[in-house]
Design a protein. Sequence first.
Length: 291
Amino acid sequence: AELGLNEHHQNEAINYMRFARFKRGLCLKTVDSCFQDLKDSRLVEETFTVDEVIDMLDGLRTVVHSEVESELINTTYTNVLLLRQLFSQAEKWYLKLQTDVSELENRELLEQVAEFEKSEFTSSNKKPSADLIKPKLAPLNEGGSELLNKTVACLQEENEKLKTRLKTIETQATAALDEKSKLEKSLKDLQAIQGDQKTNANQDITELENKVAALKSQFEKTLNDSTANQKSLEENLVTTKHDLLKVQDQLSTAEKELEKKFQQTAAYRNMKEILTKKNEQIKDLRKKLSK
């Protein structure tokens, strides 16, 4: 007969059954002694009345009831202490054990346990082995807790490595941001220089416009002074307008060439390449930080 347990747990079950058999034997001896005490103390006469017999049986019932009740209560408390030991060991491994009280009245299982007890204690007269005689459970602080402590230590070490790596990435990201700030400042300076150049070009246009206005004013004055020279002045005005358009066209062309030459300078190309590389580095670092 087997209980469906491994060897170690089956030995523990045998230990408990041996303890239960011992307590059961004591209880039966106590009940027998109750009857024997009645015989020795009360059954000293040959005849008894009905009331005397009833009185003796009531007294015997009271004594036996008290003894059996006390033993049953003690058995219940003993079982609770046994469960407490098992639950304490399970909690060291962060396990939650469950019990099915309905299985305690399963006749088939009870008969299996009875057969197991019979095969272990009646069919064999061998003495219990050293493995079966264990006054205490295995220490709770060994085995599982040691493995748990090692796991915690490994996790802490891995956490420290991740923290160090994170600090390195943060340092790199900070350096990249500083470099980006410097590059942005340089770009703003270049844009300011380009803006100054455009301002100068605008000043030239303004000067030309002022000259045109002055010529127009002079033309109008001349027109007022001499009607005879009106056609000539009109022709001069047309010529001046053409010259103005031509100058404006030349100025626009010069401005485009200036901007084109500026974009073709080595400093502008290098600055643009540096900005492009730094932006790519910043994108990579952000992806690493998000991971």
